[in-house]
Design a protein around this ligand. Sequence first.
Ligand code: KG4
Ligand code: ZN
Length: 350
Amino acid sequence: MKILSIDTSCDETAVAITEGRRVIANVLYSQVLSHKQWGGVVPSIAKRAHEERIGWVIEECCRKAFGSSDEVVGNAMKRIDYIAVTYGPGLAIALEVGIRKAKELAMQYDKKVIPINHMEGHIYSCYVQNSKGNPPRQFEFPSLVLLASGAHTELVLFKDQLTYEVIGQTRDDAAGEAIDKGARMLGFEYPGGPVLERLASEVENRDTFKYPRPMYRSNNLDFSFSGLKTAFLYSTKKMDRDFISKNIKDLASSYQEAIFDLLIKKTSDALETYDVKSVQLGGGVAANRRLRHLMRQLAKKHKVKVFFPSYKYLTGDNAAMIGVAAYFRAQAGKYISASEPLDRVPRLSL
Ligand code: KG4
Ligand code: ZN
């Protein structure tokens, strides 16, 4: 079963062709440079960039999968069984671009559409294999998933294929958003995650400034990062430029440690509450090696397996993960025959 998938939920124009869990072709047009100077993603810029690029990204993906020809998309469509598309959560005007394109293709080539929740895609990112079927990974249920991206921070009980229960979530900012805002306070552009990771590693992730950990001991699995962000803002405002530049690595490291400490504490609480076989990590923040190290330690302590997205491109937004989630949906008969009424749901939850 071959699926062509589209994701335009945020700032990446992403298209993939997958077969089962295997990726045949994956193409991404990243808009990160267009948003950098604004400190975050600007919806109207994202929409325009998606509109300008989506046609080319689809063509390029079809070409990569099946080779060049005059009618590259038309020829690819002869071999494609379904069109999958992200319909939420995400930026409304960005989601619309992908949905419109998916409907167009479905109509023109008579295909069924599989609507996918973007966060479900991040959950399935650990299932994605390369074109040769590696890694072969087998999964057992239930599994605990920590999703940490620029817009979401959630703990999800993954009970069986396509069956989820959100057991904890952020009450304010997402972990990635807190990271990006903290990095901006230190003078770095969007996205802040990779910069903080590098600076922190240069001081071995030590925690010199000991920033507060809101809701650390709350009796639930929810997260809160806004108090930490404010504490960081006030503390850096009191420092002069010279002090900041001399201590930049420690500031980055202490801030990152506070965020990861919260992520790990709540994941640990969840592992104590629920009997699971494995713990999975997904979302942009899952690229971070420090967080992976802490998750590995935690999994070892609780004697559960740990899974990360196996290739770096699978941590950030991409359409391969959407295609793999769609494969499980198609197998369960969860596709729609009439795509016309499909609409974006910007605040879609799992
Ligand atoms: O999943 P994603 O690409 O987009 C959303 O759906 O939000 O996540 C983007 C977030 C950004 O906040 C970015 O700073 C963060 O992921 N991120 C990282 C790293 N790489 C990206 N955070 C920590 N360490 C990284 N290496
Ligand atoms: Zn995402």
